[in-house]
Design a protein around this ligand. Structure first.
Ligand code: MSP
Length: 510
């Protein structure tokens, strides 16, 4: 089975923020882990470029909408590159050739099913949310409760999608876990919306109001609702419209997971699933709903409060290893995380410099100094058993959590094994053993090489930059099969590599 992972496609009306960085990292780890498991993987990210906001902004700036989008989209692609993200593709919804045909084909299928109809509509539209709000959703000042802007009532003839028809089927798919929503509290939230009952959704806006978007098939006077357009990215990137081999391979015959934030689970778990059911397209298997990164004291990051962190600056200051370590070791995916640079510095110094860095450094220095060969012969049998069971347990637990997308818990398993390594180092004190009992040293020390190598491979998906450094220090071959990596035999591993500092201690830098 092939694996498919996607992030949400990101709005380009602002610049990339820490939330985008967090989401990219989550998806990247899952994809890297699957590749390590020798799955054929497709990781997708991209940008959501249509909608009134961008159109108005480009007009304000006096630039063409195309130039505006090209520039903004490049910031998002750069963020992915800076993060060392391993995406296989980057889809842009303004791409007429790659993207447009797929939402149009989906629309035609929905229409053929009788699930699209026209209706006069009167409601409040929030440009910030890109959706219609019901009267009951406004605050007492008649404003959108998220954007705190007074909304005007819009009266227009729109196409509607018969989402209500799919309410019970969506519910069934979620209850039976054919569509898994992780974590459980988000699943329950979606089920409560389904218990209330989904309403049909407005699926188009008149072209005159929204000229920047995908034209409705067979009715160019209408533009598709941005969410219908945006959600289709997940398969337009695979050329669903052309029924390509790629689409067959990574959608029809793949295990598919969307990684999204908590504010857009309704669109994914309800509208997207309804669209797919109507169009008779296979459903995704998993929707992983992550929490938000907040400023300290649980405040939303916002420009007006001056507490926004620039993701490019954070990567520059701390590097991707530290950022990843901090973001994954703190709070289970699904919950909100208060982003604190102080905590980031403390935590990554403790894990990467003190625990892991010290261990790898000791293995390298003591091994070289005492000329201990990498060998699997004549090892201390009792200790060999201890090391082997610790490592076996690590791989088992790691996989147990990763199968459930529990990235934080999986990362804790590696930290537990790093602690085991340091405990063993303190127990054996090889710096004394080398002097007091060199024979015993030869029978024990290669076990530390083994542990170092296993730790490196276990970190491959989580900290790819650090993994390359560990590979150089330990002289590892990154191209082995998983089985070979986990194997105790050191068949292709002859000697240690180059001395290098694994992780330079961070200073608080803001
Ligand atoms: N364009 C839509 C998604 C369309 S997907 C078919 C959108 N874009 S967004 O740029 O506003 O958000 C992109 C992703 O970032 C979403 O998954 C969103 O939940 C996530 N985040 C936005 N702010 C966030 C934080 N402060 N923290 C973590 N993730 C956050 O929604």
């Amino acid at each position: 089975m092939n694996d498919y992972f996607s992030t949400a496609i990101h709005y380009i009306n602002g610049n990339p923020h820490m939330g985008h960085l967090y989401e990219n990292l989550l998806a990247d780890i899952l994809a890297r882990y699957s590749r390590q498991q020798e799955k054929d993987v497709f990781l997708l990210t991209g940008t959501d470029e249509h909608g009134i906001k961008n159109y108005r902004k480009s007009q304000e700036l006096g630039v063409s909408i195309k130039d505006f989008c090209d520039e903004k989209a490049s910031f998002y692609l750069n963020l992915a590159k800076k993060l060392n993200m391993s995406q296989d593709d980057f889809i842009r919804t303004s791409d007429k050739i790659r993207h447009f045909p797929s939402p149009q084909k989906i629309w035609e299928k929905l229409e053929k099913k009788g699930d699209i109809y026209k209706k006069n509509y009167e409601a409040y539209y929030c440009v910030g949310c890109e959706r219609f709000l019901k009267d009951s959703e406004l605050n007492d000042k008649g404003e959108c409760p998220v954007h705190l802007k007074k909304l005007e009532k819009v009266k227009e003839e729109n196409y509607f999608f018969r989402l209500s028809k799919y309410n019970d089927l969506i519910k069934e798919k979620i209850i039976t876990n054919e569509l898994r929503i992780i974590p459980d509290f988000r699943k329950n939230e979606v089920l409560s919306w389904l218990d209330e009952g989904l309403l049909d959704v407005s699926f188009s806006r008149p072209r005159g109001v929204l000229p920047w978007g995908v034209p409705v098939s067979n009715d160019p006077d209408h533009t598709m609702y941005v969410w219908c357009d945006a959600l289709s990215n997940y398969i337009s990137a695979l050329d669903y419209a052309g029924n390509s081999e790629k689409y067959q391979k990574y959608w029809v015959n793949a295990k598919k997971a969307h990684i999204i934030g908590k504010d857009i689970s309704r669109f994914h778990a309800c509208i997207w699933i309804g669209m797919l059911l109507s169009a008779e397209i296979p459903l995704p298997n998993i929707i992983l709903v992550h929490g938000f990164l907040l400023a300290e004291r649980g405040v939303k990051m916002s420009k007006s409060l001056g507490n926004v962190k620039d993701p490019f600056l954070e990567i520059e200051k701390y590097g991707d290893d530290a950022l990843r370590t901090y973001l994954f070791s703190q709070i289970s995916v699904g919950n909100d995380l208060e982003y604190s640079e102080k905590r980031l510095v403390e935590l990554t110094n403790s894990i990467l410099a003190n625990s892991l860095g010290n261990f790898i450094n000791r293995v390298y220095v003591l091994g070289k100094k005492n000329n201990i060969k990498i060998s699997s012969k004549d090892l201390d049998q009792k200790e060999l058993d201890n090391f082997l069971s610790a490592v076996d347990l690590m791989w088992d637990e790691l996989d147990f959590y990763m199968q459930d997308f529990k990235i934080t818990e999986a990362f804790q398993v590696i930290i537990k094994t790093i602690n085991f390594a340091n405990k063993k180092m303190d127990e054996w004190k090889p710096w004394l053993l080398a002097k007091d009992n060199p024979e015993k040293m030869k029978r024990v020390f290669p076990l530390f090489y083994y542990l170092a190598r296993q730790l490196a491979y276990s970190l491959e998906a989580f900290l790819p930059t650090l993994f390359i450094k560990m590979s150089k220090i330990l002289n590892l071959n990154p191209k082995l099969t998983l089985k070979e990596k986990q194997d105790f035999l050191f068949a292709d591993w002859k000697d240690l590599g180059e001395k290098e500092v694994l992780f330079t201690r961070l200073e608080l830098n803001n």
